[in-house]
Every structure is written in C-alpha cells, then in structure tokens.
Design a protein around this ligand. Structure first.
Ligand code: PEP
Length: 261
C-alpha cells in the first residue's frame, strides 16, 4: 500500500502568535516558489497552543494546503483541569493532528504509556490524528535493548486503542538521544526500529493496519540527511524539531524527493 509521506514540524515552545503567522507564511512561499506538490507529501506544522488561532487564520486566508496540529491534548473532555486543553477545543481551531507522548512530555511531565494512549484516544474523539511518539534514551540504546524498549512503549500506548482507531494513527520513532542533539540516527538505525514497529502493529492489529499506519523518524532531521532516511522502506516521514523553525530549511526537508539519497 502506498503511504503518503508526512513531514511534521514540531515548533515546541518557540514563537509567539505573530512570529508563528510569519513562519507559516514564509513556509508557504518557499513551497510555492518550488511548485511543491502537496499530493505527494503532506506538510504539517505543530505550533504552541497560543499560536493555533493565528496559524488557522493565515492558512485559511490563503487556502494553504499546509495542515497544522497541537503538541499535546488533555485526556479529559472538559472540566476542572486548570491549564489543560481539550480535543474539542483543538478540533474547533481546525487542528488535523495532535502529538502525544513526545519524549519531553514523558520526561518532564511523567507521562506514562497508558496516559499517552488515552491522549491518542482523546485526539481520535476530536477527529484528529494522533502522532504517537516512542523511542529509547541513550543508556537503553547502549545496552542494545532499543527495539524491545520501543516496542514495549508501543504496546502500552496501543493497548488503549482498538484496531479501528489504530489504523489511522501515526507513529513517530524518536530516539531520545537524537532529539535536539545534532546526533542523528543512521538511516539503518531508523529503519531497524521503524520496521520493528510495523511488524508489531501487524501482530497487534493485522497486516491491513500495519501496512496503512505511517511511521515517522524524528531526531535531528535536516535537509542534508532527510533523503537517506526517507529512502528506507519503513520510514514514511519525519517529525522535525529545530530545523522546522527555519522556513527555507523545512521546505527543503519537505522537498526530499528532489535530493539524491
Ligand atoms: C522533536 O522535537 O521531535 C525533534 C525531533 O527535534 P529535533 O529535530 O530538533 O531533534
């Protein structure tokens, strides 16, 4: 089955709402100048919550094909949860995607696999697609247990989801040691774990689901290394942090088809 590649830019806690509007506009122009074909690669930006309204306004005004989403969502539908943002609120702002279980949320906010699964469920409840992040820290990589560790996270998250929902999820394999460090996993490292994720999805939900789910790689992706990573058969896109804050660089990443691997 042909899976449309997905390039998602995680802006993390950067840019106010005016800067966000300017960045999405610049990205659009960069892609426009290159006659970018959005039917071949899906382009998504993931701004902070406070930037979503401006992102919606700018993308709607120019009928951009750039999609957007949030970096987190509450497991709760509404109520006395000070500081949280519900799936319904994000859906109302036109979000298509929600990142759940990013390693920074797991590390600094103690999110468990079960909670991440519930967040994915909440995203689906708002008719958004969760981008479910998994991946091992450095000591686990050094011990050689990275595949088992990542698959255990996957099992824990997907235990909260039915096959009906799982088929529409996106999984992002992000080795923690490669996030924001400049330390990129080799294309073979990325392929090893992304392929194992696909096999496990097949064991959990069957071949139809495993062939359909897009598995992204994330960790210091740049225009200079994206082509080799995207050449791997089980890598369907990238979750890009730092490099997505530069419109020209992120546009080059989205145009990976134009690079030689
Ligand atoms: C991320 O934040 O998900 C990420 C992969 O960051 P970076 O590209 O900066 O490593």
């Amino acid at each position: 089955m042909a899976r449309t590649p997905l390039m998602a830019g995680n802006w993390k806690m950067n840019l106010d709402h005016l800067e966000a509007a300017a960045l999405v506009q610049r990205l659009y122009w960069e892609l426009q100048d290159a006659n970018f074909d959005y039917s071949k690669v899906e382009v998504v930006v993931l701004p902070p919550f406070t930037d979503l309204r401006s992102t919606q306004t700018v993308t709607d005004a120019d009928s951009m094909h750039i999609k957007y989403g949030a970096q987190d969502v509450s497991t709760h539908p509404d109520g006395a949860y000070t500081g949280e943002i519900s799936a319904r609120m994000l859906a109302k702002l036109g979000c298509s995607y929600v990142v759940v279980g990013h390693s920074e949320r797991r590390q600094y906010h103690g999110e468990t696999d079960q909670e991440v699964g519930q967040k994915a469920l909440a995203a689906f409840g708002g008719e958004m697609v969760p981008i479910i992040c998994v991946g091992e820290p450095l000591p686990v990589r050094k011990s050689g247990e990275h595949v088992a560790y990542t698959l255990a996270q996957l099992d824990g998250v997907f235990a909260e989801l039915s096959g009906e929902l799982a088929r529409d999820a996106v999984v992002a394999y992000e080795p923690v040691w490669a996030i924001g460090t400049g330390e990129v996993a080799t294309a073979d490292d990325a392929e090893e774990v992304c392929a194992a994720i696909r096999v496990r999805l097949g064991e959990l939900f069957g071949g139809d689901v495993s062939q359909r789910v897009r598995v992204l790689y994330g960790g210091s992706v740049k225009a200079s290394n994206v082509a080799g990573i995207m050449a791997q058969p089980n890598v369907d896109g990238a979750l890009v942090g730092g490099a997505s804050l530069d419109a020209a660089e992120f546009a080059r990443i989205c145009r990976f088809h134009d690079h030689v691997a």
